[in-house]
Design a binder for this molecule. Structure first.
Ligand SMILES: [Fe+2]
Length: 297
């Protein structure tokens, strides 16, 4: 068996609005338009990813929250309806997906060997979280690849942000190690926004873009600071300032998703490609790819 590798990584935020605005057949609500900057950024990311040979998508989502350890989907296939609890009028999505259970088990075992609390989720009726579904759809809407779905163990809420950081780094290393041994060519997705303070009311027409903007300039400054680090390959520095970013910008990276990704990629010093930045209900979202040279035109 040839050695597996992480072919590419992406920061792939999951506002359900982006699927709503795109009107795919799987989603029931219909929209006129909306959030084009982010959607067109995802479109360019998809085009670049199409040049790569991939076997599996590995995703960590803030919306599968587990409080005792990190869990992984451990059932070969799921099919159901996913309804966003906050935005049921925007996201009622019929999903059908397959899981690379063998790789999930390998990540589970590598995490355990690194001293992390890990668990395989074996309930066939489990409702896959919408963060996983939205990020995977926006990156590969044909669902042709199996996924490995990793929970967020909420260490930043249950303990503190430093425990989250250490566990996410260890989980990233374990994920990379399991992928190498598996022979798989993997795409990794950090499913989260950057700054995450959002409006608490919605305009009558959700896709009314005259109402869409960042909730606060301070959050915009933080998002730009992180994107500057990404664009100049300062990803170790980014992980170092993560606790401060999370505290000041209410970062959705408190899930550990971005720390996990950058650790698994071994802190890339090549510039990350920022495909788009835009707000959704006031939160800051960036679509970023760390792709090999041949995919970047
Ligand atoms: Fe979210």
């Amino acid at each position: 068996m040839t050695q597996g590798r992480i072919v590419a990584g992406a920061l792939a935020p999951h506002p359900p609005h982006l699927i709503y605005a795109e009107n795919p057949p799987q989603n029931e609500p219909r929209a006129e338009c909306g959030w084009e900057t982010l959607r067109w950024g995802y479109e360019r990311l998809r085009r670049d990813l199409a040049a790569l040979e991939l076997d599996v998508i590995v995703v960590l989502s803030p919306h599968w929250q587990t409080y005792v350890g990190t869990h992984l989907l451990g059932v070969p296939a799921f099919k159901s309806l996913s309804v966003d609890p906050i935005f049921p009028h925007l996201f009622r999505y019929h999903y059908e997906l397959t899981v690379d259970v063998e790789l999930a088990e390998a990540v589970h075992d590598a995490g355990r060997a690194a001293g992390l609390e890990m668990k395989m989720m074996r309930n066939p009726d489990f409702r896959v979280d919408y963060g996983t579904i939205v990020s995977c759809h926006l990156v590969r809407p044909d669902w042709a690849l199996p996924i490995v779905s990793i929970s967020s163990n909420r260490a930043s809420s249950y303990y503190n942000v430093d425990v989250m950081q250490e566990q996410a780094k260890a989980l990233g290393r374990a994920t990379a190690e399991a992928i190498r041994a598996s022979g798989r060519r993997a795409l990794l997705l950090s499913s989260c926004s950057l700054s995450h303070r959002h409006f608490v009311t919605e305009s009558e027409l959700p896709e009314d873009m005259s109402r869409e903007h960042i909730t606060h300039h301070g959050l915009y400054l933080w998002d730009m600071e992180l994107l500057r680090m990404i664009r100049s390959g300062r990803t170790r520095e980014l992980v170092d300032v993560m606790p401060e970013f999370i505290a000041q910008a209410i970062g959705e990276t408190d899930s550990g998703a971005l720390t996990w990704l950058l650790s698994a990629l071994d802190y890339p010093e090549v510039p990350g490609e920022v495909y788009a930045y835009g707000t959704v209900i006031g939160t800051g979202n960036a679509v970023v790819g760390w792709l090999p040279e041949e995919a970047r035109r």
